[in-house]
Unconditional design. Structure first.
Length: 393
């Protein structure tokens, strides 16, 4: 079973309708909040970051990344910490009152599984400072777990166990500040970006190559592509995967993809070597909106125009055309004629493209000459912007 969906329908002090989505071996989670529901997506990374005061207590006895393919039981334990403002305040008080010594895992029953020992450890709390709010056993069937949990407003500690045949296979924990407009995260982390195998160190003979890979937070819809530390553009992410053309310079190119969520930014980098002819003049277009069509065109001194309708003419070549957002588009010129070249961008989406900012990078012998940008509006005559004029000897 690849995915385990866990629905919680809560009828206690806090009304939660939560969805946990565990995908073995991937990265962090993300959250979607609506007026009627709270959606939490859990990504199991296979490791537990035990850097919290309660995590440090139970981690020595906890299982780490055992088999999770056939989970048949999900359990949640909630500890109410409503007196404390945040995790840091609670942990400071916890350490100062020597609570770690009070809850000594050395007293655990070695004949029992991790979970009953953990619950026994915490269920003695009945006061205001630390109150055991309950253990919740969820029913699993057809890849979905359903059940009821209650949590008080304020700071809470959640411990979740994924179990098979009465044995805990994996665990996660998190401090949650439970309020009506809160964003809850379980195992949050910045998204991990990974290029597909075979890209790093590859050698190509065409100006344009395609890079692809994965982003662990599959709620993200875009990431950033950075080429040689110069060109930076958004790229689409669909269900945790990306695939996008990249325009290369002669020699070694460093390609970076970075992704961000509320928990931070992570990236991955590869190198691709382009063994081909160096362009005497090159214009690269990117833009900042999805599902829009911006078109790059270039006119040579003889009046010939290279664009998507005429992709190779007068020593100019349209290397890549993108019709659905972000780009890139690229026109290369080899052995150019002397005179003036005009570089233009046409907003082919017309009014649907208003508000879109287009950016054009001009290269001469693979050296960046200039970066120009323009935001399209109804004021643009014929939806066209002349980005640059370059005179070649």
């Amino acid at each position: 079973m690849r995915n385990l969906r866990i629905f919680f329908v809560s009828i206690g002090l806090l009304s939660l309708f939560a969805l946990f989505w565990m995908s073995c071996g991937n990265g962090p989670l993300s959250v979607e909040k609506t007026d009627a529901s709270l959606r939490i997506v859990l990504r199991d990374t296979g490791t537990q970051l035990s850097n919290r005061c309660l995590s440090n207590l139970i981690a020595p006895k906890a299982p780490v990344a055992n088999n999770q393919a056939n989970i048949d039981e999900v359990r949640i334990m909630v500890l109410s910490l409503a007196q404390w403002q945040n995790e840091s305040e609670f942990c400071t008080a916890w350490e100062s009152m020597n609570e770690t010594a009070r809850l000594d895992t050395a007293n655990w029953d070695a004949t029992q599984d991790f979970w009953p020992n953990a619950v026994t450890l915490f269920q003695g709390y009945t006061g205001d400072k630390y109150r055991f709010a309950g253990e919740f056993d969820l029913e699993v069937g057809g890849g979905t777990a359903t059940g009821t949990i209650s949590a008080s407003p304020g700071l809470n500690y959640f411990l979740i166990a994924l179990r098979e045949g009465g044995v805990t296979q994996s665990w996660r924990d998190k401090f949650f500040d439970v309020v009506d407009d809160s964003t809850l995260c379980f195992g949050c982390d910045a998204p991990e970006v990974l290029f597909d195998t075979g890209i790093d160190g590859s050698v190509v003979t065409t100006t344009v190559d395609t890079i692809s890979g994965t982003v662990s937070d599959d709620t993200l819809t875009r990431a950033n592509l950075i080429v040689n530390g110069i060109l930076r553009q958004p790229i689409a992410v669909n269900n945790g995967t990306f695939s996008n053309p990249v325009v290369l310079s002669v020699g070694i190119n460093t390609i970076v993809v970075e992704a961000s969520n509320a928990d931070g930014t992570r990236s991955d980098a590869v190198t691709i070597e382009f063994q081909g002819e160096r362009a005497d003049l090159r214009a690269t277009l990117i833009w900042d909106t999805d599902s829009t069509d911006m078109d790059l065109e270039m006119e040579n001194p003889s009046g010939e125009v290279c664009n998507f309708l005429n992709p190779e003419t007068g020593g100019m070549k349209l290397d890549v055309d993108d019709a659905d957002g972000f780009g890139p588009e690229n026109i290369s010129v080899n052995q150019p004629a002397s005179g003036e070249y005009s570089v233009r961008v046409v907003n082919f989406s017309a009014s649907a493209g208003f508000g879109t900012t287009a950016t054009v990078y001009i290269f001469r012998n693979e050296t960046l000459l200039e970066i120009r940008n323009h935001t399209f509006s109804a004021a643009d005559v014929n939806n066209t912007w002349e980005a640059s004029r370059v005179t070649l000897p």
